[in-house]
Write a protein that binds this ligand. Structure first.
Ligand SMILES: Nc1ncnc2c1ncn2[C@@H]1O[C@H](COP(=O)(O)OP(=O)(O)OP(=O)(O)O)[C@@H](O)[C@H]1O
Ligand SMILES: [Mg+2]
Length: 235
């Protein structure tokens, strides 16, 4: 992994944060100076210090990042909605300038940067721009996190097509919450079919690991072991 990755998903809640945190933890354990960013976060929680992105908090812990959370996640909104909608309802105009300032500082301070998007590729960030439009400006290859269950071939193929239409390099796909003990034919066959349809490598079948606990900031050992192999394939 030369400069890092932009991590998107086929949907919200597919495991972008868990996979990104696992990559960060793996790289850090190998002595890589890795930084993390969640440039735009909605559904932030209100704390004494203000609005906090729990995704940013999770990533910062995994990467052992020295920066304050406001720098890792410079744009934060309270309602768990698409950024355009959350901003409109909060009565604020979403300005991207603070995000680019934070990005340039973080990029200088770290050798590898992992940037987690929000929602999926066409999630609107500003009235004119989507996550995929934004991803273009980070100049990073993109990792797509996908579900393992029926419907994922379509969602993943659409995501890859949208990214490539913008000239983005799709580094690969992580199929997350894969159940190795399943007898669900859709799940057993979808990784190969995703690879065939998209021509992008499925880099890992990240196991569904019940020891993973978002609220306590824990990435399960099985997830870490799989993502370690995945990260090696990205180098
Ligand atoms: N491999 C896994 N095994 C077990 N649980 C997982 C796994 N991956 C994700 N989860 C759980 O699924 C939920 C959603 O994961 P996560 O927050 O990483 O998704 P996301 O794509 O980052 O969501 P968002 O769109 O809100 O940023 C979390 O509760 C997380 O703990
Ligand atoms: Mg997340």
């Amino acid at each position: 992994m030369k400069k890092g990755l932009f991590i998107t998903g086929t949907d919200t809640g597919v495991g972008k944060t868990i996979v990104t945190a696992a990559i960060a933890a793996t790289l850090r354990a190998d002595g890589v100076n890795v930084g993390v960013m969640k440039p735009i976060a909605t559904g932030c929680v209100r704390r004494r210090e203000g609005l906090v992105s729990e995704d940013a908090e999770f990533l910062a812990k995994a990467a052992d990042a020295p920066e304050p959370l406001e720098e890792i996640s410079p744009i934060r909104l309270a309602e768990p909605l698409a950024p355009t909608v959350a901003a409109a309802r909060a009565g604020v105009k979403l300005e991207l300038a603070p995000m680019w300032r934070a990005w340039h500082r973080l990029k200088k301070a770290h050798d590898v940067m992992l940037v987690e998007g929000i929602g999926g590729a066409l999630c609107p960030v500003t009235p004119k721009r989507s996550v995929a439009d934004l991803a273009q400006q980070f100049h990073l290859p993109v990792l797509v996190v996908a579900r393992p269950t029926l419907g994922t071939i379509n969602h993943t193929a659409m995501t890859v097509e949208v990214l490539r239409a913008r000239g983005l390099e799709v580094a690969g796909i992580a199929v997350n919450r894969y159940r190795h003990d399943t007898d669900d034919v859709a799940q057993l066959t979808s990784p190969d079919e995703i690879q065939r349809v998209t021509g992008a490598p499925v880099l890992g079948l990240v196991p569904d690991d019940p020891t993973t606990d978002f609220s306590s900031g824990v990435v399960g050992e099985d997830v870490l072991a799989c993502v370690r192999q995945m990260a090696l394939r990205l180098r």
